[in-house]
Design a protein around this ligand. Structure first.
Ligand SMILES: Nc1nc2c(ncn2[C@@H]2O[C@H](COP(=O)(O)OP(=O)(O)OP(=O)(O)O)[C@@H](O)[C@H]2O)c(=O)[nH]1
Ligand SMILES: [Mg+2]
Length: 579
């Protein structure tokens, strides 16, 4: 689970980085924050399950509200760096208050790739660091704890050190939110508090830099803002008045125990439960663009499947059912003529001396190389046209989906571009597959001819009339011409001899059988075209297109992986030991 959350966060960051300004920018940024928090919160849970971690208190707030000043007041020291420069603190800085000396390895494990550096050596330009130093003395305002001064989350530069803030905040058992008169209403403050809500940390608000009596005006408004962002009770507020002389806040005596009593509300036993609730409530929102990609891919598959259904209908109408285009059965009849070796055939072979003595089939074998029946096939021409038409139709549909404002418009747009670029390759592959099909289907044509031949053998009357008529001889001549490359396959359809031969057979005693053979051949042909060419070559190439979407700009998390993680999430209702 932890690895998945990490991966999801990285995908969000990559997608944002690669797509530039996206309409969902704000939502993506919020989810990245939530994922960093969740990841850190789960990591803390892992550590809590193994070791005793001292109480962690984090001071947070927008820039220049006096966070570091409050840290110093609470520690009764001056260790935290204070400055009038916005965004002065850029690293999480921990101060160990009243804690026995001990190994801090569990915190190092918590911070992971972040390096622990002595406070004085923190580099302003390196943001994957934190410090953890002992506090100078003891403070009556704090229980034994690690007190964290954190960087702001609202300045322009804060984007570069935001992860450090979030990691420190997810570690905290208790939060101290510092806001000032100027900053308490900032949207960033309340967005951050909403993001932190699932962590259920007991919180104290410090209203800093107050002028005399201004708290009465500010407090109701502060409460209102809290209630809009959170569902938990409005916390205690400590009002800190502006101290011109010291330049530092002064903690009121009445609030001396505020933090210690807040710390008593910390209940780490519920950590696992809170973590699970956090995942369950945010899961669907996090996965929304990931699922949207899968939905788009599924929609594309349906689009392709429908287009291919239409393509199959075109093939049926414009070829199989078309009286002037359908040539395959005529080809079977040509083969039949060859098998019959109709007498009189020799007449048309004048000029080919060997033909007078050689059986026709032998002659055809010699010429087989020369004639390539796929070259002249009307079927192949039509299939290519159908494929091209299908791609044009799909391209138009994609453009419709890519209109700005449409769901997944960016994805559809890129898919439209991919289709445009890949079109020549898709068509070429399709044509090759079509030729291969056509060649292999000759076997079925020959088989049909064999069936007819065998049937004719049983019907000597029909056979003899065929041999006796001129039609037979003419058709046989055409057969030979076709085999020797003299005419193309499509010419067969309209050749008068072939037409007469067809009707002669249809009206003969084996008419029913001939018709059945034709129907069966057509059926096999349709199945083969649908299966190997439409559902095969074309569908497979088209459905694979989304795989070529630029890897960095999309989530591309497989459904199987999603399902596996989701199962984990729903299984472990009672605590997240697996996490
Ligand atoms: N006079 C007066 N100045 C204060 C008070 N609290 C903070 N300041 C000043 O406000 C400025 C910012 O204080 P910091 O404590 O550095 O604020 P911060 O929130 O840590 O700021 P960043 O680290 O930049 O986010 C400093 O110049 C402080 O001296 C106060 O109560 N009175
Ligand atoms: Mg600071």
């Amino acid at each position: 689970m932890l690895e998945f959350i990490q991966h999801l966060r990285q995908r969000y960051q990559a997608v944002l980085a690669n797509r530039g300004q996206v309409p969902e920018q704000t939502a993506y940024q919020r989810r990245i924050d939530q994922l960093i928090l969740a990841e850190a919160f789960l990591r803390k849970g892992e550590i809590l399950a193994e070791v005793r971690l001292p109480l962690q208190i984090a001071v947070l707030g927008p820039t220049q509200v006096g966070k570091s000043s409050v840290v110093n007041v609470l520690l009764n020291g001056s260790a935290a760096g204070v400055s009038p420069l916005a965004g002065y603190t850029v690293h999480p800085q921990g101060f160990r208050h009243n804690l026995p000396l001990g190994a801090d390895s569990s915190l190092a494990r918590y911070f992971g790739r972040f390096q622990c550096v002595p406070q004085q050596q923190l580099d302003k330009h390196r943001h994957d660091c934190y410090s953890l130093d002992p506090a100078e003395g003891r403070s009556a305002l704090l229980p034994p704890c690690v007190l964290w001064d954190t960087p702001d989350f609202d300045s322009i530069d804060s984007a570069t050190y935001r992860e450090g803030v979030l990691r420190a905040l997810a570690l905290a058992d208790v939060l101290i939110l510092v806001v000032s008169k100027e900053k308490y209403a900032d949207q960033s403050v309340w967005e951050m508090l909403a993001t932190l809500a699932p962590l259920r940390q007991p919180t104290l608000i410090c209203l800093n830099k107050l002028s005399k009596d201004s708290e009465h005006i500010l407090l109701p408004s502060l409460q209102d803002k809290w209630q809009k962002a959170r569902t938990d009770a409005f916390p205690d507020v400590v009002c800190l008045h502006y101290q011109k002389l010291t330049g530092a806040p002064q903690w009121p005596d009445a609030a001396a125990n505020a933090i210690s009593s807040l710390a008593r509300h910390v209940n780490r036993k519920h950590h696992a439960q809170f973590a699970q609730q956090l995942l369950q409530t945010q899961w669907q929102d996090w996965l929304q663009p990931v699922l949207a990609e899968h939905q788009a891919a599924a929609a594309w598959e349906i689009l392709v499947a429908n287009a291919l259904k239409q393509a199959a209908q075109h093939y049926q109408q414009d070829f199989l059912d078309h009286p002037q285009h359908y040539e395959t059965f005529q080809q079977a009849l040509v083969e039949l003529m060859v098998l019959l070796e109709i007498p009189g055939l020799a007449r048309v072979l004048t000029g080919i001396r060997t033909a007078l003595t050689w059986p026709v089939r032998k002659l055809l074998q010699l010429n087989r190389k020369r004639s390539h029946r796929t070259d002249s096939s009307q079927e192949l021409v039509l299939l290519e046209q159908i494929a091209e038409h299908t791609l044009i139709q799909l391209g138009e549909a994609l453009l419709g989906y890519s209109e700005p404002g449409q769901k997944n418009a960016v994805l559809w747009q890129e898919l439209a571009g991919l289709l445009r670029n890949q079109k020549p390759v898709i068509l070429k592959n399709f044509c090759l597959a079509a030729q291969a099909y056509h060649l292999s289907f000759q076997h079925d044509v020959e088989q049909t001819a064999q069936n007819l031949y065998l049937k004719l053998q049983e019907q000597p009357v029909v056979l003899n009339s065929l041999r006796a008529t001129r039609v037979g001889a003419d058709a046989a001549a055409i057969a030979l011409t076709l085999h020797t490359g003299g005419i193309g396959v499509h010419d067969l359809v309209l050749a008068p001899a072939m037409l007469t031969l067809t009707s002669l057979l249809a009206e003969s005693a084996i008419g029913g059988y001939v018709h059945k053979q034709e129907v069966q051949l057509k059926q096999r042909q349709r199945e083969r075209v649908e299966h190997t060419l439409l559902a095969g070559s074309l569908y497979e190439q088209l459905v694979a297109l989304p795989e070529y979407l630029s890897a960095a700009a999309y989530f591309k998390i497989p459904l199987a992986q999603l399902n596996a993680v989701q199962q984990q999430l729903s299984k472990k209702r009672h605590g997240l030991r697996i996490l």
